[in-house]
Design a protein around this ligand. Structure first.
Ligand code: SF4
Length: 347
């Protein structure tokens, strides 16, 4: 069944301070939560679901702040209309996002009692120096404890990562990948860092303290993380921020790898890394020059393997310009094969 999100944004509400990279009002195009009256929430749910109740799995989502850190009375006020809709069978579930240091027993009991099913934690990194430089106010150990807490209460657990913060490197990316896979969340979202106007990170960028990721490096990090998580049976449900008018006009994004087609390019990057890994392993093992490589793929993988606007074909022809490449569709195989001078590898 298709998924239907009914989003309510609560920019920065509940946050004990503002993280260096964060400007939820700019990202979500919402400021303040005065509009979120019970009547508004109820009528918005009805507007979304309307005549399409049976067409989608409907979920109310509270995003953009630290939900479980909000004053409990305000949490109840926000949750009650969603909970009533859940009991009436209008929606199928409720989710919210929060911080790893805001998930004690009382906070989770409240969420569970109002029917919240899924909780997403803003984790960003599992490197304590990166977390500290981003002024997150929590450590990687808080993330580990938080995931255990969420499991204890039976929530579905999602973790949000933000590759490219100040202090990030391949070392911290790999550390984050390994530690997150040990936690076995139900899903992960990966949003490479963008420099948003009116943030401390924007000031650091203007002062030359912070250098944003290039699009190429962001794609390398995201492709690696996605492949790593998938190989550890963790679903990656999104790579890159959802395109909005505010982001697309460029008024908010001062710098960084904003790319509306990020998800597609990351999938292309995964195939690029897999093929490249295969070539590197072959070279290391046989230690002699390669003359020709044939890449075979079934039709359903054609665009993913060749890449958007043939970006993978162009990449290999540029980087490995002394090797003859052949790219061909082959519907007799189920996945990608890489034949290096006649030696066939399943990628
Ligand atoms: S990143 Fe999360 S915790 Fe930090 S200011 Fe933004 S919404 Fe609040």
């Amino acid at each position: 069944m298709k998924y239907g999100m009914i989003p309510f944004f609560i920019p920065h509400v509940g946050c004990p301070h503002v993280c260096t990279f964060c400007n939820q009002s700019r990202i979500t195009e919402v400021s303040g939560i005065g509009y979120l009256t019970p009547e508004y929430i109820t009528s918005t749910i009805k507007d979304y679901v309307d005549a399409f109740r049976d067409d989608k799995y409907w979920e109310v989502c509270f995003y953009g702040g630290s939900f479980s850190a909000i004053n409990p009375n305000l949490q109840r006020q926000l949750l009650l209309p969603a909970y009533e809709a859940l009991q009436e069978g209008l929606i199928d579930s409720i989710r919210c996002s929060t911080r790893p240091d805001a998930v004690n027993d009382a906070q989770l009991e409240l969420l569970r009692s109002f029917g919240v099913k899924t909780i997403e934690l803003g984790v960003q990194s599992m490197d304590d120096i990166v977390l500290s430089l981003a002024k997150r106010g929590h450590t990687s150990n808080d993330v580990t404890l938080a995931v255990k807490q969420l499991r204890k209460f039976g929530f579905t657990v999602g973790l949000q990562l933000l590759p490219g913060l100040l202090g990030e490197s391949w070392h911290t990316i790999i550390k984050t990948a390994v530690e997150i896979s040990r936690l076995q969340p139900d899903f992960v979202r990966i949003y490479p860092v963008l420099v948003i106007e009116n943030t401390e990170l924007a000031e650091q960028y203007k002062a030359g303290i912070y250098e944003p990721l290039s699009l190429n490096r962001a794609l390398q990090y995201c492709s690696f993380l996605k492949t790593w998580f998938e190989s550890h049976h963790i679903t990656v449900i999104r790579t890159g921020l959802q395109s909005t008018e505010e982001l697309d006009t460029g008024h908010s994004v001062l710098a960084g790898p904003y790319e509306p087609a990020m998800g597609e390019l990351v999938t292309n990057g995964q195939w690029r890394q897999r093929i490249e890994h295969c070539v590197d392993e072959h070279t290391e093992y046989f230690n002699n020059a390669i003359h020709s490589i044939v890449i075979d793929y079934p039709r359903n993988l054609t665009s993913k393997v060749r890449g958007l606007k043939k970006c993978n074909i162009r990449y290999f022809e540029k980087i490995y310009n002394d090797i003859t490449f052949t790219w061909r569709e082959n519907n007799d195989i189920a996945t990608v094969q890489c034949s290096i001078d006649g030696m066939v590898y399943v990628v």
